[in-house]
Design a protein around this ligand. Structure first.
Ligand SMILES: NC(=O)c1ccc[n+]([C@@H]2O[C@H](COP(=O)([O-])OP(=O)(O)OC[C@H]3O[C@@H](n4cnc5c(N)ncnc54)[C@H](O)[C@@H]3O)[C@@H](O)[C@H]2O)c1
Length: 294
C-alpha cells in the first residue's frame, strides 16, 4: 500500500466527526454526505444535534447523531461500538470538537487547565485511541484530520491555555502522521483562521461555573472576536470542502487563508537566529554542537 495516496472513494465509507453538530464539524459532515459517505456526528450539545439532523436531512442509514462529551472515555467507547454496529468500521476520523477558552495569568486555575486541555487535546487523543487500533489492521486506507488552529502555529493573542492545547495538537498530528504512514493511515492537521461560527458563545456557555470569571478587558476582546468571526469568517461549508480536498491528496496541512506568512517567517527567522547564536556561544566553551545533531 502506498503511503502517499489520499482517499477518493468516499462512497459508503464511515466517517466520525466530533463537534459535528455545528460550525466547521457540520461543514465537514455536509461535505462527507455529499461525497456518499456514511457519517456519525458526535457532539456534547443535544439541541445542536437535533438541529443538525434537520439541516443535513440524511436518512438514518447514512447519518447517526450521538451525544458525546469527548472527554468521557467510557461514553466514547460506547458510542464507537454503536457506530460500528449500525454503520460499519470507521475509516475517516475528524477530531474537531473544541472550545476557545483560557485564563488570565493573574487567576491561574487547574480547573481551567483541565477543561481546555481535556476538550482540545485529550478529546483528540481519545478519538485516536478509540479508532486507530482498527485502522491499523484495516485493508483500506484510513485518514484522520485533527483540528488545531492558527493559534497552534503562532502566538496570536488567543490565551496561553488555548495556544498550549493547539500547539500540542499540531505536534501530535505531525508525529502521528509519520508513525501511521506505513500502516496506510494518513493524518492531516487543520489550521482554521477565522471561520463564521458561534464558537465564542458556545465556549462561554460551557465554561465551568466555578472558573475564574473573565476580566472586563477579556470580555470585550471575546465580544469583538465573536463579531469578527460571525461577520467576516470563512464559510464553514467551504472549510468542510477544503478538508476533504486535503484527505483526497493526503495533505499534511490544511490552512484556510494566507495571512500569516510574514509572521510565521519572522518566528522561523528568530528560531534560526537562536540556533546560530547557540552555536557561536557554546563554541566558546569548547562544544561542537553540530556533532551532536541527530
Ligand atoms: N471558528 C474559528 O474561527 C476557529 C478558528 C481556529 C480553530 N477553530 C477550531 O475549530 C474547531 C471547531 O470549532 P467551530 O468554530 O466549528 O466551533 P463551534 O462551537 O461552532 O463547534 C464546535 C462544536 O464542538 C462541540 N463541543 C464542544 N465541546 C465538546 C465536547 N467536550 N465534546 C463534544 N463536543 C463538544 C460544540 O458543542 C460545538 O457543536 C475547534 O477545535 C476550534 O478550536 C475554530
Amino acid at each position: 500500500m502506498s503511503t502517499n495516496d489520499g482517499i477518493t472513494d468516499f462512497e459508503g465509507r464511515v466517517a466520525f466527526v466530533t463537534g459535528g453538530a455545528r460550525g466547521i464539524g457540520l461543514g465537514i459532515a455536509r461535505a462527507l454526505l455529499r461525497l456518499g459517505a456514511k457519517v456519525a456526528i458526535a457532539d456534547i450539545s443535544e439541541d445542536a444535534l437535533d438541529r443538525a439532523g434537520d439541516v443535513l436531512g440524511a436518512s438514518p442509514d447514512r447519518l447517526r447523531r450521538l451525544r458525546l462529551d469527548v472527554t468521557d472515555r467510557q461514553r466514547y467507547a460506547e458510542v464507537a461500538a454503536e457506530v460500528r454496529r449500525d454503520l460499519g468500521e470507521v475509516s475517516l476520523l475528524f477530531n474537531n470538537a473544541g472550545i476557545i477558552d483560557s485564563v488570565s495569568p493573574s487567576s491561574l486555575s487547574y480547573e481551567m487547565w483541565d477543561h481546555v486541555m481535556g476538550i482540545n487535546l485529550e478529546g483528540v487523543y481519545n478519538g485516536i485511541q478509540t479508532f486507530v487500533p482498527a485502522m491499523l489492521t484495516s485493508p483500506r486506507r484510513c485518514h484522520i484530520v485533527n483540528t488545531a488552529s492558527e493559534a497552534g502555529l503562532l502566538e496570536v493573542g488567543s490565551g496561553f491555555l488555548y495556544h498550549a492545547s493547539k500547539y500540542a495538537v499540531v505536534g501530535l498530528s505531525e508525529s502521528l502522521r509519520r508513525e501511521l504512514a506505513h500502516f496506510g493511515v494518513g493524518v492531516s492537521v487543520l489550521f482554521p483562521g477565522p471561520v463564521a461560527t458561534e464558537i465564542v458563545e458556545n465556549t462561554r456557555r460551557m465554561r465551568p461555573e466555578t472558573a475564574p470569571p473573565h476580566t472586563k478587558r477579556v470580555t470585550e476582546i471575546l465580544d469583538y472576536a465573536h463579531r469578527l468571526l460571525t461577520e467576516q469568517g470563512a464559510p464553514p461549508d467551504g472549510v468542510g470542502e477544503l478538508v476533504l480536498d486535503a484527505v483526497e491528496t493526503n495533505a499534511p496541512y490544511i490552512a484556510t487563508r494566507d495571512e500569516l506568512r510574514e509572521a510565521l517567517q519572522r518566528r522561523t527567522d528568530e528560531l534560526i537566529g537562536a540556533m546560530r547564536h547557540a552555536e557561536g556561544f557554546l563554541a566558546g566553551f569548547g562544544a561542537d554542537t553540530a556533532r551532536l545533531a541527530t
